[in-house]
Design a protein around this ligand. Sequence first.
Ligand code: AMP
Length: 541
Amino acid sequence: MLGLMMAEPLRVATIIEHAAKWHATTEIVSRRPEGGIHRYTYAEANRRSKQLAQALLKLGVANGDRVGTLAWNTHRHFELYFGVAGIGAVCHTINPRLFPEQLVYIINHAEDRLLFFDLTFLPLVERLAPVCPTVEKWVLLAGPEHLPARSEMPGLCSYEDLLSAETTGYEWPSFDENTACSLCYTSGTTDQPKGVLYSHRSTVLHALGISLPDSLGCSALDVIMPVVPMFHVNAWGLPYAAPLAGAKLVLPGAGMDSASLYELMENEGVTFSAGVPTIWLALLQFMREGQRRFRTLRRTVVGGSSCPPALMKAFVDELSVTITHAWGMTETSPLGTAGRLKANQLELPASEKASVLAKQGRAVFGVDMKIVGDDGQELPHDGEAFGDLLVRGPWVVREYFRSPTPGELTADGWFRTGDVATIDPDGFMQITDRSKDVIKSGGEWISSIDLENLAVAHPAVAEAAVIGVPSAKWSERPLLLVVRRPGLDVSAEEMLAFFRGKVAKFWEPDAVEFVDALPHTATGKLLKTQLRKDFAGYSVA
Ligand code: AMP
């Protein structure tokens, strides 16, 4: 027997519609990449998203078509989230920090029909346009006064021109909640980037999940500033959760430096923020230097890489700001776990509480998880046994977008995260290692194998390995280990210079060490676990 409740499909447009109706005057404040602060309300954001929707329909954008974005956290990017998805098209957020070849691959693989970009990225898109034939129209996210005088880019126009031709009288259509709404590519593994195609259903459920008090927790009393970019797993869902809760939303644009973030936080009364450890490490330094204090900031969520316990302690002790440590992946929308204490842990001594909170946290409803050994058998939750972390739930990927290779699912439907973890008796998960060997710097992947492949292209290099070593600023930075060819010489400076222009700047190794030999496994693979042990105390300048 079926229930007798309304079968209203979950759609992201209902979130902005809700905010426009019930939090009509609540503000969205954003730093424009072309300069100045923009300020408007949820009611106006909904109207402009509808204008965008009509413009897209006029341009022939149909259900399932991909619309790319190369954009910072701004009000226009926010409108794209709703305007594109609202008509059943797919908002494909692209990470502009990727190397141009990866960008070309991603845009062509997704077959983006339109591409919306911030003024900052004009030089980049001018290089991309000739090699991205599926893009029929390039739209500058600014007014017409910022358009270049001359350009070869097909259909180049300004976003504001596009919107001003439309009326606001449009009703969001209804459709199947399993319709795709956004697309985000994972990057940095040895393979090509893989697309994770979120649905309206998964996105709305995830937004509800992250709003719960023990996960990220979003309230109409909050002023939320996502510092995590909107091109990185939809800014962890906050552009959906803020309007869902009716919270004021503050979008920092391209101003990701500490001074700009601090200025916006203070001026707009930000209470809650979120970002990767690198952002908070830099901000802590900035706060210390000027002996500054936050007027309103009370909480922040840190994830994407392991949050250093010293950072959590400094934020609480010096700035009265609590850090929630969260874990997730592009494949998990991203929230999987969040580190909030349980009732039985409140009376623990401070040091024990700190070690609980330093873990990646416990499962949020909607994501089930388990750890398994090499034999696939589930391991105990004793905080000691570690194994492959598997997850499942309505906002976890089933298969990758247009991927020839099968997904990462086990036969019984769990997603293999590639992380190795423990789970303690209270359910707190802790990442002990990652089974992949990629390096994560400032929240962004660096592929060690890509770097190794490049290094061995140098005539004097016999073999090379790249491992991540701890960095106070970036969490991790690549260290290159080189075995020279007998009789040939190459200096550290020459070796590092060899990478310049061949990979993204932030991928370039920070240091190189010459070794006589590299350790290997029985099957001839590099034994990175050994290398990481050997260079455990290594620090890059
Ligand atoms: P991405 O899909 O780029 O967000 O990367 C996901 C991966 O980042 C995970 O599989 C983890 O290896 C890592 N990660 C994310 N959050 C954390 C965290 N809080 N602590 C340690 N590693 C993390």
